[in-house]
Ligand binder design. Sequence first.
Ligand code: GRF
Length: 207
Amino acid sequence: MNRRLGILLSGRGSNFQAIADSIDAGRLNAAIGCVISNRPEAPGLAIAQQRKLHAVSIPSRGLDRESYDRLLLEELRKHDIGLVCLAGYMRLLSSAFIRAYPLRILNIHPSLLPAFPGLDAQHQALVHGVKFTGCTVHFVDEDLDSGPIIQQAVVPVEDDDTVETLSARVLKEEHRIYSEAIGTVLEGRYRIEGRRVLNNRARMTKI
Ligand code: GRF
């Protein structure tokens, strides 16, 4: 599979940096083909520029979803992107975009999906009172935070946690599992049965 990643982000960009670090350290065999932000002021975009990656801002203000996503697709195709990685990208994607990259768009979410989809997942976890939360890397489908789950990590919730302390503990795991999940997909080490993303090795040991 084409190992050129297209990163879409809207903010801080720490997950993008963790992916770039994994590539630089040789833990992930991939290349970042482009980094696109819908917000020109996103710190992640400046970091991508500092790292001498191809980084562009495509402002979304005033454009409807379909028109905006056509611009995104154009940019991704220009850079021959094989896998799209959402890394704190704060916009919903159109159906046309999702169909253009079937099983080739990943997202990371800071909860154990299907618990706490949407915004402020760590806050939702604290308010609900769960004892464990975590993070999820999943394929993107047409619904919010709902596609097949590739990898998750569990994080305990401590009695004295605030949104900040809990988010920091979850983020550390996000940085680890996103690169691992990208590797799984790029290497084709999975198969899908219904909603389940299974390790391909399991099939081999059953035979
Ligand atoms: C992360 O918590 C990620 O799970 C969520 O948005 C946040 C982005 O953080 N989708 P960063 O921009 O990668 O630092």
